[in-house]
Design a protein around this ligand. Structure first.
Ligand code: TRP
Ligand code: ZN
Length: 871
């Protein structure tokens, strides 16, 4: 690997020595390489202390020449390193011209300029621009870009870059060119260009002020009919941002390109988004309801970045949550306005608890605004994104919706065109809302999930409610300050009527007590309604109270949470008993009664019904223990599922009958809810291998007009030993062989099948022609599916699952370090497992550490192993 592995610190920030006003890029795409000529107008930064040299980042490219004001630099006027070009004693204002070549055909890192199928495209965030040409690759250097691309007209009929196309035409030898001008100054991480033979769908959007925006969405030919939902979602997002924030799109065209090989979901390049096809393609017969929602939300997320991220960007990468937290929050609000509000919020809460809390409680815990990093790509985390979004949500809630929106507009006005910090954002919030956020700022600086303990006492019609906070130490942060925590609370009587309207209590001390008066009987407390703060509630609520909330709480999150808490009581007791070699713990009658009540009086929102009947995930159950035993967790969950399925088999049969499709597929709340209930009923029936279940699922598979029902059928059959299972899987593979994203479902389904030889089975699939090791979607489906969706297989006692993952991380690291590091992250929480599992995971990490690694993987693996010494 090139370059030194150096840790960067937030506190070391220095303003750039030189500023760049304009960037002219000229790309000459040839079959063996691409030649880049870059011309910059440069001036000394008056605010920078030292300007004795100017550093331009650049790696994995061939340097050709550099000239200042047209005069080629002599050998002693610059130094060339593996990862930089350093110019000694530049003048105070000058034009720099640099020439270099790059090789997109052999760039498998999916960073910089690379090939995905028939498409050449770029990915620059966070530091991919330094794989394209020499430039100060940092977001606080903002310039206006002009991009010229020339390429073979037959192979690359479509040429795209940020901004407006101002010129195009033919050249000799069957080549052509196009020139693009982006009128907005931007950091280089928002640069993009694309060349290819592409299909396109087109639409337009007229903004409130009457500007007509040309909307185009490109993909490889033949996929156009999978793009209409994405286009419709874009228009919804554009309208939502106008209605909600008064923000109108600011260019004449908005172009999206979907590519098959992409390291993440999508990228918000100015006026030219590049997307993973997985976040664009959605057609009823190829995509599930969750895929439809994902596409809608990612399309909106990237669109919202146009203001929160592009018009106002980050000063340095430590500030990443400035744009990501705010944009995630905006995306979340958009999603809530489009779908079932309650269930949409429940899914957001679940991501926090099942993925963010473990990150925040493990070796890789870091603040929303990290203090240091080795490899920035390792910090595109659920903490920076989702916890960052929850922090914004708390501010919005304290301010009130209207004041918050006004404050965001104030922030955008005040800093338009600038690269700023999270502190700048918080100051703008304070200025506009009048809030004092001094104590609140800890949410940005401190890692770890605060625990809030709830205790109550009731005496003579008076309820005393005490909230106390405590935050466990995280790596590098031993003593935690007191957080400012908003906890929304409501009180209900035994009949389920509200006796105290929802109210937000501010826990900004170690402990606080509130008194509520005038009750005949002890009221039931509904706490942390809507998940008002990203904290763990420690509240040992009585089962009767939980059943009451489950039946009556007006907040869907608390209602669902009460059901979860009730299931968890049995599950946790059962896991503990098994681990001590005791007998299985069975569910109390009260739990079945609560389910019966729910089935008799289901909520109008069918998705909520399905969520409430879904047992806590293995991840959620694991979070209840300091050290988790995968096998005990799996057994407890399966037993409870079977007990519920046995008790309510007839009800689930009836639910499956009454929730069958009656109309053609539509992606809306009512129909998606109906499909969820159908899938849930089948899942319970499969758990007890109810008579006729395989045939029923096979019939559903054959009759379904959509992928959601078809996947429900496949998942029902997945673990059944029946001829239908194999027949249907084979049929599926035959029918969708030409649809890689659908084949990902097929890969994932097999990786998550419960079988003794699942490790060997996954190894077999790695060699299957339908798998492709250079494509992140395939890897996530097969390996991600196996690790996350087949815990029993992954944690197999002989360690074969860990060995498999270690082998693949080592194989991937030389090709795509970003993805290899992400996979390595799945081993770092080893100390949370019981000794046998922990030792196997740690040994796999140690084996990876012994190899010559990318600094991406090196950072992750080292963090994971340091945990060994600490723990
Ligand atoms: N900024 C992108 C988003 O959240 C995500 C992103 C960051 C990304 N780095 C990337 C996407 C690298 C692809 C590859 O919207
Ligand atoms: Zn984003």
């Amino acid at each position: 690997m090139t370059g030194e592995t150096q840790r960067k610190y937030r506190a070391d920030y220095q303003p750039p020595a030189y500023l760049v006003d304009t960037v002219e890029l000229d790309f000459d795409i040839a079959s063996d390489h691409t030649r880049v000529r870059a011309t910059y107008s440069v001036r000394r930064n008056p605010d920078a202390p030292d300007a004795s040299q100017w550093r331009l980042d650049g790696r994995d490219m061939s340097f050709v020449s550099a000239a200042i004001d047209g005069r080629a630099l002599a050998a002693d006027e610059y130094r060339l390193h593996d990862d930089a070009l350093i110019i000694a004693n530049p003048p105070s204002a000058f034009t720099l011209t640099v020439e270099n070549t790059i090789d997109p055909e052999h760039n498998l890192s999916l960073e910089g300029f690379y090939r995905s199928g028939d498409i050449l495209c770029t990915q620059c965030e966070a530091n991919g621009f330094s794989r394209i040409t020499y430039f100060p690759d940092r977001p606080d250097v903002m310039a206006r870009y002009t991009t010229r691309i020339s390429a073979d007209a037959g192979e690359y009929p479509v040429l795209l870059a940020n901004g407006n196309c101002v010129q195009q035409g033919g050249l000799d030898d069957g080549r052509h060119y196009a020139v693009f001008e982006d009128p907005y100054a931007k950091p280089c991480y928002l640069f993009a260009m694309v060349a290819g033979d592409l299909g396109m769908i087109r639409d337009s959007y007229t903004t409130t002020s009457g500007r007509v925006v040309d909307l185009r969405l490109y993909t490889e030919h033949g996929n156009e009919d999978q793009c209409h939902h994405a286009m419709a979602s874009l228009k919804q997002a554009m309208a939502w941002d106008e209605d909600t924030y008064g923000l109108e799109y600011d260019l004449d065209s908005y172009v999206t390109v979907a590519v098959g090989s992409f390291n993440m979901g999508a990228m918000e390049n100015k006026g030219l988004n590049v997307f993973n096809t997985a976040c664009i393609f959605a057609r009823a017969d190829t995509a599930t309801d969750s895929d439809f929602a994902l596409v809608r939300d990612v399309v909106a997320h990237e669109y919202f970045h146009n203001y929160t991220g592009n018009r106002v960007t980050c000063r340095d990468w430590f500030q990443l949550s400035l744009k990501e937290g705010l944009t995630v929050y905006r995306e979340h609000q958009f999603a809530i306005d489009q779908g079932s509000p309650g269930v949409t919020r429940i899914r957001q809460v679940r991501a926090m608890r099942e993925i963010q809390f473990p990150e925040d409680g493990g070796p890789r815990a870091h603040p929303v605004r990290p203090d240091s990093y080795v490899e920035m790509n390792n910090f595109y985390t659920i903490t920076v994104y989702e916890k960052g979004g929850e922090v914004i949500r708390m501010i919005a809630q304290m301010a009130g919706r209207e004041a918050f929106i006004a404050a965001v507009c104030h922030y955008l006005d005040k800093h338009d065109g600038q690269a700023v910090t999270i502190e700048d954002f918080v100051v703008a919030m304070e200025e506009s809302t009048g809030l004092d956020l001094a104590q609140f700022r800890h949410w940005y600086a401190q890692a770890g999930t605060p625990r809030v303990r709830v205790t109550t006492s009731f005496d003579q019609g008076r309820l005393q409610l005490t909230l106390a906070q405590h935050t466990p130490a995280t790596p590098g942060q031993a003593d935690k300050p007191l957080f400012d925590i908003p906890v929304e609370v409501a009180l209900f009587d035994s009949a389920g009527a509200a006796v105290r309207e929802p109210e937000v209590l501010r826990l900004n001390d170690a402990e606080k007590t509130w008194t509520f008066d005038g009750f005949a009987d002890e009221p039931t407390v509904s706490a942390l309604r809507g998940f008002t703060a990203p904290v763990r509630l420690e509240y040992d609520q009585h089962e009767q109270a939980l059943a009451r909330l489950m039946a009556h709480d007006s907040d869907p999150v608390c209602r669902w949470d009460a059901a979860q808490a009730l299931y968890l009581k049995t599950l946790v007791a059962d896991v503990e008993s098994r681990r001590e070699g005791g007998a299985a713990v069975t569910a109390p009658e009260l739990l079945f009664e609560a389910i019966e009540t729910l089935l008799d009086h289901p909520p109008a929102d069918l998705e909520l019904l399905a969520e409430m009947l879904t047992l806590p995930s293995e991840a959620m159950l694991g979070e209840q223990f300091d050290t988790m035993d995968i096998f005990a967790i799996d057994a407890a969950r399966r037993d409870l599922k079977q007990a519920i399925a046995t008790r309510f088999a007839a009800r689930f049969e009836a639910l499956a009958d009454t929730h069958a499709a009656e109309q053609a597929y539509a992606f809306d709340v009512a129909e998606a809810g109906r499909r969820r209930v159908l899938a849930l009923a089948l899942d319970y029936l499969a758990a007890i291998e109810a008579p006729g279940i395989a045939a029923r699922a096979a019939r559903l598979y054959e009759s379904a007009d959509n992928m959601t029902d078809r996947m429900a059928a496949l998942e029902t059959l997945r673990d059944l030993q029946s001829p239908e299972r194999d027949r249907v899987l084979t049929d599926f593979a035959g029918q969708w062989a030409e649809y890689p994203l659908v084949m990902d479902k097929w890969l994932r389904l097999q990786a998550t099948t419960r079988r003794d030889d699942s490790v060997e089975h996954v190894r077999g699939l790695l060699a299957d022609s339908r798998f492709d090791f250079t494509n992140p979607n395939r890897i996530r489906a097969l390996l991600g599916g196996f690790v996350r969706g087949n815990r029993v297989g992954f944690h197999r006692a002989d360690g074969a699952g860990y060995a498999l993952i270690a082998d693949e991380i080592l194989r991937l690291d030389g090709l795509n370090p970003q993805l290899a590091a992400a996979l390595a992250g799945m081993l770092t929480n080893w100390a949370r497992h019981v000794p046998a599992q922990a030792e196997g995971m740690r040994a796999a990490l140690a084996r990876i550490a012994a190899a010559d690694l990318s600094h991406n993987s090196r950072e992750i693996v080292a963090t994971g192993l340091e945990y060994a010494e600490a723990g």
